[in-house]
Design a protein around this ligand. Structure first.
Ligand SMILES: [Zn+2]
Length: 563
């Protein structure tokens, strides 16, 4: 009897809190109480949030510490993405990542500067071996910042499986965040689906979910859907708009886990513990893409397509596709929970109205649609499109035009991998020509283009319409924190605004008396800056060169006296 009690207690103990009870020896990367503004797995454009965002009191410059013994295996400086970022490999097979830093510390800082000087480039990436830069737990490695695509000061922190580079949910590894708030359910959608989990166009219904005194409810606990939501081969599926919160913060966080039951059967479960970088873009198949991009609503589907490889579905019966007939009524139970076990539930009945089911023999005719499991090559004497297998998430409207105007699909439809676009120019193309795609917002986006004979070729991660453009305009360079007419300055940092109007900035360099010096670049604000060492005084000649992708060059020159 005592043995049984112990077993039950142990099962309870480990079953309920397996992760938080597992011994982890990581220390905090910061010396302030840990608070997050974003958690792991949050829905973002084209990717899940692959780490956690630790708050840094709204300021830059807090010291960052190695969370465990190990060695710095990689460092990168970029005006995009992670900005200044450090990777530390630990003996337990985990890599910790510290992104958006403002500066590096010690030997790493001098190694980065030496490499930038040698390569005459602000943007660098260095890989190190175990012997180069060993670190001890608690060593100061960098200062927190706001570099790269970060829009406010914070530390983006990741843990990765060193071998596979899969991102791991850091909050499962001993980083404690107080959380007594259950996820918040805001809406549900019902979809008519094919057996492969594809959404049947025009057959989805949204229902608002309300929080009452006794929990969440929808309608009068009964929702009705038209009879033609039922199909001969497919069924229906549910998606739920749900966000989460942690204590002491108003930031919305992402959903950790969910389970969907129809009658007594658990049909579909989610638990986001790890995501591979190769698969993170499948978020476009996981979330309701249109709701996310058009209505800013965060719907998690409780069903998936055959092609969706994400590792986060801990149970999936028939891909979450529920077969129904007109006249059926189903009891649905949905639970959303966070990794501290706080839980919200929604119970309701779904009635499929009496009438005829959808009997359309071919829902996606092959002359009209492109399919996930096929590759395609379309060709005319003016244009070519190459599409690999596993490019589309769902059957996608073809909308093909190969003469006069050039288009494939719709810019509003996401794709998993880039397509190859080739257009023939009527005049002999030069380096000033490039291919562009018109995106969903109507913006004309330049594509990295190669030219061979009369043909221009580019990869595009957008569908839509494509055209040949010409760029003969050089970037502009404007002093930002001093005046064009200043002859003398006491400024330690000189900042310029560098604007490229059509393509992208490809090169930016500053020379003082003909010698290259480090010019830092922040892409999000279009500014470049130079930090002058205190030893540099007197009159000097500055030459700032900005070049775009089509080779248009702007040279900004000035003699200035530093004081
Ligand atoms: Zn982040």
């Amino acid at each position: 009897m005592i043995k049984h009690v112990i077993l039950v207690v142990l099962l309870y103990f480990f079953g309920q809190t397996a992760y938080s009870q597992t011994k982890h020896s990581y220390r905090s990367p910061l010396n302030i109480p840990l608070a997050i503004s974003a958690n792991f797995g949050e829905l973002r454009p084209n990717h899940f949030h692959m780490g956690v965002d630790f708050k840094t009191n709204g300021v830059e410059g807090l010291t960052l510490y190695a969370v465990e013994d190990g060695f710095i295996s990689r460092v990168k400086v970029s005006p995009f993405g992670y900005g200044k970022v450090i990777y530390i490999d630990h003996p337990n097979g985990v890599t910790s990542v510290y992104a958006h830093c403002s500066a590096f510390k010690g030997k790493l800082d001098s190694l980065v500067k030496i490499t930038q000087e040698k390569e005459q480039n602000f943007e660098i990436e260095i890989y190190f071996t175990e012997k180069d830069l060993p670190v001890k737990k608690g060593d100061a490695i960098a200062l927190s910042g706001n570099t790269g695509s970060s829009t406010a000061p914070h530390l983006h922190f990741e843990l990765r499986d060193t071998k596979t580079e899969d991102a791991l949910n850091p909050l499962l590894y001993g980083f404690e965040i107080a959380d007594h708030k259950a996820p918040e359910i805001r809406g549900i959608k019902v979809y008519s689906l094919t057996n492969e989990g594809y959404q049947i166009p025009g057959k989805a219904k949204y229902f608002k979910v309300t929080k009452g005194q006794f929990g969440y409810y929808v309608g009068g606990d009964l929702i009705s859907i038209p009879s033609d939501f039922s199909t001969l081969l497919g069924g229906i599926g549910f998606a739920v708009e749900v966000v989460d919160f942690v204590d002491g913060s108003t930031n919305t966080c992402g959903l950790y886990g969910s389970a969907l039951k129809a009658e007594k059967d658990t049909l579909f479960c989610q638990e986001i513990k790890r995501v591979s970088f190769d698969e993170t873009r499948y978020i476009n198949s996981h979330k309701d893409y249109v709701e996310y991009t058009v209505n800013k609503r965060k719907f998690h589907k409780s069903f998936k397509t055959d092609e969706n490889p994400l590792d986060m579905y801990s149970c999936s019966q028939n891909n979450g596709v529920i077969p129904v007939k007109p006249g059926d009524t189903l009891a649905i139970h949905y639970a959303a929970f966070d990794l501290k076990g706080n839980k919200s539930e929604l119970k309701f009945k779904t009635a499929v109205l009496a009438g005829s089911p959808n009997t359309t023999a071919t829902i996606f005719p092959s002359w009209k649609y492109l399919f996930p499991d096929s590759s395609y090559h379309f060709q005319s004497d003016q244009a070519e499109f190459y599409v690999n297998e596993m490019t589309f998430y769902e059957p996608t409207l073809k909308n093909l035009s190969l003469k006069g105007t050039f288009s494939l699909g719709d810019a509003k439809t996401p794709i998993q991998q880039a397509i190859t676009v080739k257009l023939k120019s009527s005049n002999k193309p030069t380096s000033k020509n490039y291919l562009a795609v018109t995106t969903a917002g109507g913006r004309v986006k330049p594509l990295a283009t190669s030219i061979e004979g009369d043909w221009l070729t580019a990869e595009s991660i957008y569908l839509g319409s494509f055209s040949i453009k010409t760029d003969t305009l050089a970037p502009s360079v404007t002093p930002l924190n001093f005046k064009e007419t200043d002859l003398i300055t006491t400024k330690k940092r000189l900042t310029w605004k560098v604007m490229e109007y059509q393509t992208l900035l490809s090169d930016y360099d500053l020379f003082i008396d003909g010698k290259w010096v480090l010019l830092e670049y922040e892409e999000k604000s279009n500014y470049v800056f130079y930090d002058r060492p205190s030893t540099l005084t007197g009159e000097h000649e500055l030459l700032l060169i900005a070049k775009d992708r089509c080779g248009n060059v702007k040279e900004w020159r000035k003699k200035i006296k530093f004081q």
